[in-house]
Design a protein around this ligand. Structure first.
Ligand code: SF4
Length: 255
């Protein structure tokens, strides 16, 4: 019997796909560098739907899944993933997923590519295993971004990610834009502490400094020294501060 699985990333599209296919098993490959908000969404999906999400974490070595995370590997290898070496996806997403699927063939893996995405923008899973079928049910059904959002909203499962994870992905993802990194610096400094320690741990005698966030064009220490995007104390004015003498509009909005 062919079992159906959904590649679950925790984003809008894969959440909608998992909801569209209530009999399929969602499978989430956890790099070990996931944001708490993403992990909370995985747990919320389970709570709301009563379905279990399979979590796979580790690296495949000699046909075995060994317990290692992406941050641990980066520090051991002293090598950051980058635009020219995207080993992170291969080693901590695709290979563990394939290792897991191989033991469950014949199977069908469903991937959340939408109908309104250009065919060449995201190639999806290129896995080719005998006995594994790959399907794109959102595309087959003509679902667009709006349809996916509507499905997530219907189940109160729309991921509402903060600005520093606007495009999802790992905490230390080299695709992050400068503004996302600067937002992390301001809003989740404890995460940036962890990333800065990781970036500094991979430097060695190679004679150049390797940036975790090449799009930001600076080391994490230097990004932290740059002017902030906005003044947080202006946004979160202390409770009891009466300097803002606006008119109160009513009982419910606290203005
Ligand atoms: S989100 Fe970024 S760092 Fe994480 S696996 Fe994907 S490309 Fe690599």
């Amino acid at each position: 019997m062919t079992t159906q699985f959904v590649a679950f990333s925790g984003g809008i599209d894969s959440t909608a796909l998992a909801l569209m296919l209530p009999d399929a098993t969602p499978v989430f490959t956890d790099t070990g560098d996931e944001f708490d908000e993403l992990l909370a969404h995985v747990e919320k999906f389970e709570r709301v739907t009563g379905r279990a999400i399979v979590r796979i974490q580790g690296r495949v070595v000699d046909e075995q899944l060994i317990p290692q995370t992406l941050p641990e590997y980066v520090q051991e290898a002293k090598f950051l993933p980058n635009h020219g070496a995207r080993f992170c996806t291969r080693m901590f997403k695709i290979e563990p997923m394939n290792w897991w699927l191989k033991q469950r063939l014949p199977a069908e893996l469903c991937i959340g590519l939408r109908a309104d995405e250009p065919a060449d923008e995201r190639v999806g899973n290129l896995t080719q295993l005998d006995g594994l079928g790959i399907r794109y049910p959102l595309r087959e059904a003509g679902w667009t971004r709006t349809d996916c959002i509507r499905m997530c909203l219907t189940h109160d499962l729309l991921p509402r990610n903060p600005v520093y994870m606007a495009r999802g992905g790992c905490k230390g993802c080299f695709y992050k834009r400068k503004a996302e990194v600067k937002a992390m610096v301001q809003l989740v400094p404890h995460v940036v502490d962890e990333l800065q320690a990781r970036e500094e741990a991979v430097q060695d005698e190679r004679g150049r400094y390797f940036h975790m966030f090449p799009n930001a064009g600076a080391s994490i220490a230097d990004i932290r020294a740059q002017p902030a995007l906005f003044d947080l104390s202006e946004v979160y004015r202390a409770a009891g501060d009466s300097s803002d003498k606006g008119e109160a509009c009513g009982l419910f909005c606290h203005r």
